[in-house]
Design a protein around this ligand. Sequence first.
Ligand code: CP
Length: 336
Amino acid sequence: MRHWLSMLDYTPETLAGLVGLARRIKAGEARDRTAAIREKILVQVFFNPSLRTRTSFEAAMLRFGGHAICLNVGGDTWKLEHRDGVRMDGDAAEHVKEAVPVLARYGDALAVRTFAALRSAEEDAREAVLRAFGRYSSVPVINMESAVEHPCQGLADWMTCEEKLAGGARGKHFVVTWAPQVKGLPMAVPHSAVLAAAAAGMNVTIAHPPGYELGGAFLDKARQWSAAAGASLSVTHEQFEACRRADALYVKSWGASGLYGDARAQADSFRQHAGWTVDVGHLGPRTILMHCLPVRRNVVIGDAALDDPRSVVVDQAENRMWAQAAILCDLFAGKR
Ligand code: CP
C-alpha cells in the first residue's frame, strides 16, 4: 500500500513531479488527472486542531467531485488507543487496530493529524500513531502533520517558491529562521520545509540559537539532496545576516530538544531569545516572506513584515489546496 507519510519515502524527482502536477491543477490544465478524485471519499482524523489543513483537504476533494469526512478524536468520536498490549481501562474506548481498518472500509484514503507530545524526542521520532494508521489501513494514508514531519506543507512551500521566485526555486537562497514563541512547538514544519527546499535544489541556510538544532536524520537527508542538486546546506547562529541574504525567508518557531517536557525552561529560553522576532528590517528588497500559519503577530513576526507586499503567507496557504489535490490524484490514480 502506497501512503503519503514522509518525504523521506520519495525521491526529489517524484516530489518535483507532484509540485509540477499541483501547478498544472492550479492552472486548470490537468483535468485528466483530477478525474481520479471524482466520487472518492477522504476520511480525515484529527488528534489536534487545524484551520488550513482540514479546509484545504475538504476543498480539494469537493472541487474535483469527491467528498471528505472529518473526525475529531475525543470530540465527535471515541478517544483512540494506539499502544499494543495495554489494558484499556482509561479514557480511550477504542483501539486503532479496529478503528483504522473500519474507517478504511468507508473511505478511499485516510488522512491523519497527530502532533508531537513533546515529552520525549525519542518517543516523538517513533511516530507511533502515524505508523499505526499506515500499518492497519487497507487504503492510502496521508500525513496531515505528524510529530516530526508536515509533508503536505513542504510540498506547498516548494510550489510557492517556484511560483514567486523569478526563474523558479533552483539555485535560490532559502533561509529558515527560528523565531520565539509562547510555548514549545514541534519541528515538523521546519523539517519538511528544509527537505522540500533541498529537493528543489535551493541553497539552504538554517538560522537558530544554540540548542535549537533540527533532527539529524532530516538534516542528513537534506544535505544529501542538496549536494546531489549542486546546492549547499548550512547552519548559522547569525540570524540577521542570513535573513538579508534570503530570496525566500521562512520563519518558524520550534522548541529546543534539550528542553523537552520542561515548559517553564522552554518559556524562559523563548524570552531570552525575544530578539529573534522577525520584522520588515530582516527582508531584502526582493525577499519573499513565508510562514506556514497560524502565526502569532509581534511574537514570531512583526505586523510590518506580515502586512508588507513581500509576505506571501496567504498564497502559501492557498497552495496547500493545490498541492494536496496533486497528492490525492497520485494516490487515487488507477483506483476505481
Ligand atoms: N499550516 C497548517 O498546517 O495550518 P493548520 O494547523 O491550520 O492546519
